[in-house]
Write a protein that binds this ligand. Structure first.
Ligand SMILES: [Ca+2]
Ligand SMILES: [Ca+2]
Length: 491
């Protein structure tokens, strides 16, 4: 028998730092490339030609110094360059994209082919066909959710094709041919490194050069998910993915909105609610779906002084309940036509009674998504309401809102959200410029060992806090590992 000797009579370890974590303002950014060879810089591996040949080519390139050359055999009806097959998950949304260039003006199609575990195609593949000019690089890009019917989709590949028996002279170059998971690109969240210790610990979050946050009316929101697989939580619902209702249509691409293609919805109030609705969402039934979420909408009004109200309604298959209306336009003192992220209130997945766990085993039960509906009405004015996306921020753990204009200005300095001392302050050259009135909601941030910790960061929220989709924030997260009794030797 060996005796366990306490290493040191300390219950607190040495300070740990995450290093700089970059959080992007756009929650729709896709994650890393899922296919192995999108750029063709070294070879043409992982790609197959059908009705023609594929080979690496340095004659043309959109990225780096090489691309994939697809040469039709001149006799096959549909000629295709196919990627390898990669795993996907039902209900998750994927972005397919490729730059293409053809020796002749013609139509070129990008397809996202869903496959079962057996490798058989699952339903018709969504496609996007673009008429390209001769010898001109053109981007083809779209997003789609992996379907769960009629079979189970577990794999996918992308394919670039030329139809109508292309002649051999329709040589086509392909570059940056990518398949990516939407929302996995560090938009509005950062995953913390494994937390040391054996109990939860408060976080000190520093935003270097964060003094730019201290503009009048600027507010930010921080929250944490630290159970299950945080990446499995429902987060982003783009307006353009939803069923467009009364007086509401998807608008052509705007670079200041999130998503490819037509990327926001415009409500002209020409007819009545609902403005946007969704069948059951998300499609995944997992314990990670469960929870209370704060629903935020990225919106703008085309006339600054319009008085507009919005509300979210939800239920199992149709709406059975709703939240109080929220004013999303003119607040009576200041108005803007810029994009803002406004709070519509709290909802739960699932709605109604939820045991949470199997009472016999304690194992968390999967939870189902919900029917969702956004209603909006114009109380006064003449303009439109534009809706970019709905965002679901976990609200059943820690959640904090900072009103930066209450903080003393340390222009050019850092700002700190310090849950160890429960203060928010500006600091420059090691000198504290002072805290102000406490944040509106003070769920100070904690992280836990033994589970993934995902920190949500919404740089600009609230009715007067203008959101720039191209913005990003650098966060440094520090903490002291905490132990129930003693700190082990290895820490
Ligand atoms: Ca390339
Ligand atoms: Ca959008």
């Amino acid at each position: 028998m060996t005796a366990q000797i306490p290493a040191e009579p300390f219950a607190v370890g040495l300070p740990e730092s995450s290093g700089a974590l970059t959080v992007y303002n756009d929650p729709g950014l896709p994650g890393p490339d899922l296919n192995a060879n999108p750029y063709f810089e070294t070879n043409a591996s992982s790609w197959t030609g059908v009705g023609g040949t594929v080979a690496r080519s340095t004659a043309q390139f959109h990225e780096g110094a090489a691309s994939l050359l697809l040469t039709p055999d001149g006799v096959t009806a549909t000629v295709e360059a196919r990627s390898e097959i990669v795993p996907v998950a039902v209900g998750q949304r994927y972005r397919a994209s490729a730059w293409v260039r053809c020796s002749s003006a013609r139509n070129i199609t990008l397809a996202l082919v869903w496959l079962t575990a057996l490798g058989t195609t699952n339903g018709s593949a969504p496609t996007s066909t673009v008429a390209v000019s001769a010898n001109t690089w053109t981007l083809i890009e779209f997003e789609r959710s992996a379907p769960d019917l009629p079979g189970i989709t577990t794999q996918a590949r992308i394919a670039i094709s030329l139809s109508s028996t292309p002649p051999a002279g329709h040589t086509t170059w392909i570059d940056e041919a990518r398949l990516r998971l939407v929302g996995a690109g560090g938009g509005m969240y950062a995953d913390l490194p494994d937390i040391l210790g054996d109990v939860e610990t408060p976080l000190r979050v520093t935003i270097p050069q964060g003094g730019t946050l201290l503009d009048t009316n600027q507010m930010s929101l921080m929250a944490v998910r630290r159970r299950g697989t945080p990446a499995g939580a429902p987060v982003l619902l783009q307006a353009e993915w939803l069923t467009q209702g009364g007086g509401t249509t998807v608008q052509t691409n705007s670079s200041d909105a999130s998503g490819p293609g037509g990327n926001y919805s415009r409500c002209t109030f020409a007819s009545v609610d609902p403005r946007l609705s969704s069948d059951v969402w998300p499609l995944m039934d997992t314990p990670d779906v469960r929870g209370r979420y704060r629903v935020l909408a990225r919106i703008r009004t085309t006339v600054a002084t319009d008085v507009i109200y919005a509300t979210i309604r939800w239920g199992l298959n149709a709406y059975i309940g709703g939240l109080a209306e929220t004013s999303v336009g003119w607040d009576g003192t200041a108005g803007s036509t810029a994009w803002r992220i406004v709070d519509l209130g709290l909802i739960s997945f699932p709605s109604g009674a939820d045991p949470g766990v199997d009472g016999l085993t304690g194992v968390p039960l999967p939870a189902r998504g919900q029917f969702l509906r956004l209603d909006a009405r114009r109380q006064s004015g003449s303009g439109n309401l534009d809706i970019d996306y709905l965002l679901f921020v976990p609200a059943d753990d820690r959640l904090l809102v900072v009103e930066w204009n209450d903080i003393e200005n340390s222009s050019g300095g850092d700002v700190v959200i310090d849950s160890t001392t429960e203060t928010v302050y500006g600091i420059r050259d090691g000198v504290v410029y002072g805290g102000g009135i406490p944040p509106a909601i003070t769920g100070w941030m904690y992280a836990s060992p033994g589970t993934p910790n995902r920190l949500y960061w919404l740089r600009s929220v609230g009715p007067l806090s203008l959101d720039d989709i191209t913005n990003q924030t650098s966060l440094t997260v520090e903490y002291l590992p905490r132990y129930l009794y003693v700190r082990p030797v290895a820490s």
